[in-house]
Every structure is written in C-alpha cells, then in structure tokens.
Design a protein around this ligand. Structure first.
Ligand code: MIG
Length: 818
C-alpha cells in the first residue's frame, strides 16, 4: 500500500458557531450584464439574469466576486436564448427588469427582490432580505426568506417522506442512508431542492399561478416551507453563494418542464427498463437465480430483468464474482438472455482497501482515483467489504477510470448497473478508518477534485452519488456504444436524471409505505426525476398477500417497476403468497405489458419534451378546487390515464374524483363514459385497479407478452373520442441503441376530430423506423357507428354496446360515421 491511512483528527471546521446574520444592505451600484444586471450592496453582490422570459437566475454572494457559474445540476446541452425582450428601468427606489413573462424588482434600500408577473401579480417575493450567517472565518451560510400566501400549495423536494403538499414542513438536504425510513424521516437519500408553488385562485380573472424555485446549492441546506412561520418559505444553505432560479409559466406542468430543461431530461432508457423487474437481497447462487427465472416463465408471469445484489461479489469486492456461488457468470447471463431476462448488478462505491491482491484497489491507487484527507492520506471508511477507499467521482479522470472498470461486467453480459450506498453511506464500527464514528459518511474535510476547482466533502457530499451514477453511465455508453446504458441510483442531486433512474431506498412492507411510495414517486416527478419507483412489496419486513397484490398494482403504474425485498425476509416474488395473490400480481404485470406502448411514449415525451411521466392531479388541474393534494389519491400516468389504485388495507371501494375535462372520462375496464366534475364510488375487490382514460385520447396497447422484446403483430388502438379536435402521440423505435437519434423512430400523431355524425382519426407519421405490427386493431368507445372507413375504403366492424371494433393497416387513417 503506497499510502498509509491516518485517523482524521480534524474536526468539522464548517460548523463554526453563528454570530448572527448580515443582510446585503442598500444597493450601491447596478451595471448592465447580458440578459440582466449585476449589482453591489454594502455587504453583498449579486446578478439577475433571464435565461428565458419566464426563467430568472439569481446569484447572491456576500463577497465581491461571483463564482463562475458551474453546477453539476445544469444540463450543459440546454440552450437558453435569453428573454425575447428585456427592459431595465432604474428609479430612486428600485431597479426593475421586465421580460414578456416576468418583472423583477430589486429594492435599492434593502436589497430585497420581488418577482411579479407582467400584470403585477406577485410570483415570489422576499419577505426579508437575503442574509448570511457569519462564522469566525467569514461568511459560512446564506439564507433566503420568501412570502407564502393563503391557500398556496407547495410540491416538490423529491422523495421526502411526507405527503405531496410540503407546506408546513421543514426538510433537510444531506444525502443519507435511511434504512427502514418512516414517514417523517429526514433527510433521506436524495437532494432535489426544487419547490413548485401553486397559488389559490386570486380573483375571478386571476386564476391560480404556478411558479418554481430551484435553489442550486448542493451543500447541506434546510428548507422550511412554513414550519417556523406559516407565511414564510425559508431556506438556509451552508454556502456563501446562493444561486437560485425562479420559474414561471402558465401551467404547473410547464414549470416542471422549465426545471427539466435546466437540469436535464432523462435519456431514452432501453425499452426493457419499462418491463417488470425482480430483485431480492440477495439471490445468492446461480441456481437460485435460475429458479427465479424459471418461476416466471413456468407461470407465464412477464419479466424483463433480474437483479444481482451484493452477494454475487467475492467478499463484496466490486467488479468481481463469487465463483463458488456463481461459477460461470457469463454462462448464466447467456442462459438468462436466451430466456429474455436482462441482468442488473449492484456496484457500490466502497473499494476494499485491506486486500493487497485486489486489483481494483491497486488500479485505483495507481490512477489516483480515490478521495484523500487534507494531509494527503487516502480517506477510508468501513462498508460491506471492510475498510474501503472511495473513488472521487468529481474528478473527470477518476470517472473515466471508474467507467472503464465496467468492461469486466459488460464482457460477462451484464445489461445494467445498480448504484447503491452512494450517499456515500459508511458503517461506523467504533469509527473504524478515519471516519468519525457518528458521521456515517466521509468526513467533511475530505478533499475532492471538483472538476479541478477543489472542494471538501461538505460541499461535494450531495453530488457524490449523482457523479457516481454519471461515471457509470458514461462508462457504459463509452464501452458499449451500440446499446443504451441502464443505471439506477439511490443517492441523487438535481440533474441526476440525465444519467440514472432512481428508487426510493429501504422502505418497509407496511400499508403506509404503499401510500408513501406513491407520494414519493409523484414528488420525484414534480422535481425533475421522472423514471423512478419504490421497492414493490416493501424492502424491510414482509408484506401480507393483500399488500403485495396492491403494491404490484401500484408498481404497474410507476415508471420503474421492481419487486425487491431485504436480507432474511421471506420470498416476495409474485407467486410467493398464494394463488389468489399470484393471479392478481400477474394481472397487474400483464396490464403493464399491455400499456407498454403508452409508457414508452410517456418516456419518450420525458426525454424529448421534458414532461413528467407521473403527475399529481394538482399539477394538471391547478384551478380545480376539488383537487386537494392528498385526497383524492388519484394521479395521472402520462397525460391521458388517471389511476386510483387501492392503497388501504381491506379497501373495497374507491371514491374516484374525475376532474373536469372536455368530453369527460372513460372507465378503462368497462368502457363506460362519465362526465368530469363528479366523484364516483367504485368497487375495489383485490383484483381491481381503477383506471380512467381522458376523452380525446388514442391509447395504444400491446398484447400481453412475457418480455418487452417479444415481437407482436397487432397493435390495439383504443379511441376515446371527445367532441372537437384532439391529438395523441404514439412513439416507438428499436427499443435500444441510438438509431432513433438519426431518424430511426416512429412517431405517429393522431389527429382526431369528432362531432355527432363523424369521428375521423388521421395518422401522421414521422421517422424512418418501421414498427413490426402487421395491423391495427381499433376499438372506438362511444355510440354504435353506421359505417367505418379506412383511407376512404369501407371496413367491417362489430359493436358491443360500448365499443366498435375493426381492423386497419398500420398507420392508416380511419373514419367512423354515426
Ligand atoms: O446496507 O445491497 O437500499 O436495496 O438490497 C444495505 C443490499 C445495502 C441497501 C439498498 C438495498 C440493497 C441493500 N443495500
């Protein structure tokens, strides 16, 4: 070992005692800058810059210099054209900047900032001036204080373990291994410091207003959303520089899109990522994995991926296999592949440090890829393998080294990588290594490269996991350029969605966790992380059959759909809890596979159009006063499907609130149509998963298959008409690879027009990809037609009270006459 490891004597310097707050003081100078202004105060300087008419960037610093603006959160590929117009007006009292969407007023006397609409409606206003807490060594932390209004709802903050409405809560951002977390446990694994505000309707002509606040400080921070003072949103971050963005758009969904454009859209994940995945901690031998695979195929339960948790490794050494338990990994993975299963393996950041023969550790040292203490010693801490080193993923060379390690796994046929423990999480047996006994992560003073800038762990902690996921993604992309990477991460910071899907960590097999799983996934979607899921069935403990059935139903509607359970828990595969539960689980999984074309389109819309996949009702219906955030429990999948899964033990009915939409709603199961603006009571026996389709939708469905790759001949198109014009989109491509970037995609826009006499659906196709379907099986809901035609030619049809069925060629336009 070239370097010794030394116990860290240094205490955490950054926690200096506070000596009170300092405000910026009066504005002393204002200077024009591109798309905004710079300003100086007695005690601070700042910059206001519009990235677009409705996107304002604010940078504040208690020093004279503002940073270069680098942030891991920002998508470097995002092109901001600036505001379409910008007026700057200076008066004695304030400086006002106006774009086509917003005006910002900087009060000269106090340095307070107010963001308003062009019509003068408040969007987000300082309640008090920004302030810095002065420690002995200068400024150590900054604070913001914004006004909250009566009736204003706040969403976002990623997967914080609470209800959707974050108002009244206080949340901390410090990525933490939160094993067996409960509702209210905080902090958790992820830091997504974005708040979506939706105000109550102001007056008859001023409807609800939507805005977003993204505070781009990866350091430890606290968001108090009205806990200490109900009318104040207060943010304190252990950062000198406060950088935040205010978004404003006509609708909440567009605000989420603004955030997603800033911090990046997800890549188009391979299609198999949308299939059903099975995991446990751990399938310990090759034979056990084979038995699980057979379990799915023998029972005809669809499944696309199996997971290898930490026991596949040799003594928890990453990039190794335990050859006793898995004598021929490549052979096993080939077998699985032949049977339609993808293999995802866990890779943790901790690299075993106390084995001189371990090539990965030696290579890391040679490449100087590991984090060091200020005295130059390698930082070490204890995790699964014992004493470990930790790669510095904020160093581009270390990321490259890390990425290249995956060559070994890819050669064996691994399809995807699961990054866990990347908060980073450490154990603390008596403070082994040079980690403080109670820190459970790297010490604050550990050094990071931070892209050549240099930073300590306190500053890099919350981005560690995202940069690990990035290094993994980039490695897979580089080493296997013909395939799309699949990466899943536990820790995250804003922007992680560019490189990884996510799950919500170690939940429990309880009914409250079922509801929490939904709330967490919805909030993650509001916060820019669309491709997420929670462990189906719960990780800690054991679900009852009823809970597993209900959780599989909910999971079938989450983007990431994986059953996972913890060490020493009883089996939790869909068949583990008896035939009735197995049937219900199978039906839910089958529904997911039928919905795949719709889900894949939703994923495409997330990747292409920055749209969330899951949407709380309030996101889509901010002006509907009947839509509160927690009840009813309905939510959207994509923009057309409304779901009301049962979330309570023994639940035998659901009160389904249908929002007001043109043309109303159709029951997905019965085809019956219902007007919006009412609450229906529906039965929810164990096998019921209430689903509603918005009128004005063409819903694409595939037949049930055992994997997402199984070819099929007939695509079903369910048409749910609404009078007037409507459009729907169907996206498809090869499901993997990058041909879609060069025209190898199929995007069909359905242009529907409907009145009492005629329904026409015109299919407008773009792209060069030829989907494999031989025909479209069309199902048109509503009254019985008198005739049907495709591209002008009459077509035979059947009608059965709710639905007219007929067959057309793929991509054919059709017309129904009533
Ligand atoms: O200390 O790899 O959240 O999904 O099964 C536990 C074992 C480490 C935590 C993850 C969980 C995983 C488990 N890991």
């Amino acid at each position: 070992m070239p370097d010794s490891t030394s116990p860290a004597g240094a205490s955490v310097a950054a926690r200096a005692p506070a000596h009170g707050f300092a405000a910026p003081g009066p504005v002393t100078a204002v200077s024009p800058e591109p798309d905004g202004v710079g300003f100086r105060c007695d005690e601070a300087s700042g910059r206001l810059r519009f990235l677009a008419d409705g996107v304002l960037k604010v940078v504040l610093s208690p020093t004279g210099t503002l940073p270069d603006g680098f942030s891991y959160a920002l998508d470097p590929g995002a092109a901001w054209a600036g505001p379409s117009t910008l007026d700057v007006e200076e008066t004695d009292g304030d400086v006002t900047l106006r774009t086509a969407a917003l005006q910002v007023r900087l009060d000269r006397a106090t340095g307070c900032l107010g963001v308003l609409t062009t019509g003068g409606q408040a969007v987000l206003e300082d309640a008090e001036a920004p302030a810095w807490r002065r420690g002995a060594g200068g400024a150590v932390g900054g604070g913001l204080s914004k006004r909250l209004r009566n009736g204003e709802r706040l969403l976002g903050l990623g997967d914080k373990a609470a209800g959707l409405d974050r108002r009244g809560g206080r949340y901390e951002h410090w990525n933490t291994d939160a094993f067996a977390f409960e509702r209210g446990t905080d902090p958790l694994y992820k830091t997504l410091p974005f708040v979506l505000g939706i105000t109550a309707a102001g007056s008859a002509d001023a409807g609800p207003l939507a805005y977003g606040l993204f505070v781009d400080t990866p350091v430890r921070s606290v968001f108090d959303l009205g806990a200490a003072d109900p009318d104040r949103l207060r943010i304190e971050a252990e950062a000198e520089t406060l950088t935040y963005y205010v978004f404003h758009a006509p609708t909440p969904v567009e605000v989420v899109q603004q955030l997603s454009r800033l911090t990046g859209r997800p890549p188009l994940w391979p299609k198999w990522a949308l299939g059903y995945h099975q995991c446990r901690y751990s399938y310990r031998t090759a034979d056990e994995v084979r038995a699980v695979a057979r379990g799915f195929r023998a029972r005809g339960i669809p499944c696309d991926a199996l997971y290898f948790d930490i026991h596949y490794m040799d003594g928890y050494r990453v990039f190794t296999w335990d050859r006793d338990a898995f004598p021929d990994p490549a052979g096993l993975l080939r077998e699985l592949k032949a049977d339609g299963f993808h293999a995802v393996v866990m890779v943790d950041p901790g690299i075993k440090a106390d084995d001189p023969a371990y090539a990965v550790a030696r290579s890391g040292i040679e490449h100087d890829a590991f984090c060091r203490c200020p005295d130059g010693a390698l930082a070490t801490g204890t995790v699964w393998p014992g004493l470990c080193y930790f790669p510095d993923y904020t160093d581009p060379a270390a990321r490259r080294w890390w990425g290249d390690l995956h060559r070994y796994l890819l050669a064996q046929g691994v399809d995807g990588v699961w990054n866990d423990m990347n908060e980073p999480a450490l154990f603390n047996p008596e403070g082994e290594g040079n980690v403080e006994a109670d820190a459970l992560t790297l010490p604050a003073e550990v050094r990071h490269a931070y892209e050549g800038r240099g930073a300590d762990h306190a500053a890099m902690h919350n981005v560690y996991g995202m940069q690990m996921a990035r290094a993994t993604w980039e490695g897979l992309r580089r080493l296997r350029p013909e395939r799309r990477p699949f990466v899943i991460t536990r820790a995250a910071y804003a922007g992680t969605q560019r490189w990884a899907t996510g799950w919500t960590g170690d939940n429990s097999s309880t009914w409250d966790h079922l509801r929490l799983a939904l709330q967490q996934c919805l909030s993650l979607n509001v916060s820019g992380m669309a491709f997420v899921g929670a462990d189906v069935g719960g990780f800690v403990g054991a679900p009852t059959g009823e809970l597993l059935a209900r959780w599989t139903q909910l999971g079938a509607l989450m983007p990431f759909f994986r059953n996972h359970s913890g060490l020493d828990t009883p089996p939790q595969e869909p068949w583990a809890l008896g035939p009735e539960v197995e049937r219900v689980c199978r039906e839910a999984i089958e529904l997911r596979y039928r919905l795949l074309p719709y889900f894949y389109t939703a994923l495409y819309r997330a990747a292409a159009d920055a749209l969330p996949i899951l949407r709380p009702l309030a996101l889509a219906h901010p002006d509907d006063l009947a839509v509160r955030l927690e009840t009813p429990a309905g939510f959207y999948v994509g923009d057309a499907l409304l779901a009301y899964p049962a979330l309570d033990e023994g639940q035998r009915h659901a009160d389904v609130y249908l929002p007001v939409v043109p043309g109303g709603w159709f029951d997905f199961w019965s085809g019956a149509s219902h007007e919006g603006g009412q609450t229906l009571r529906v039965e929810t026996p164990l096998d019921a998963l209430p689903l509603w389709v918005r009128a004005g939708t063409v819903l694409p469905l595939a037949p049930v298959r055992q994997t997402t790759a199984e070819p099929f001949e007939a695509l079903t198109l369910q048409v749910y008409p609404a009078s007037g014009n409507f459009t729907s989109v169907l996206y498809d491509d090869a499901g993997d690879g990058w041909d879609f970037e060069r025209g190898g995609f199929y995007r069909c826009t359905f242009h529907g027009t409907c009145d009492d006499e005629t329904l026409t659906v015109r299919a407008e196709v773009e792209g060069d990809f030829a989907p494999p379907w031989a025909r479209w099986e069309v199902e048109v809901f509503g009254p019985g037609p008198v005739e049907v035609a495709a591209d002008g030619e009459p077509v035979a049809f059947e009608y059965d009270r709710t639905c007219a069925r007929f067959t057309v060629g793929p991509s054919q336009s059709f017309e129904v006459r009533y």
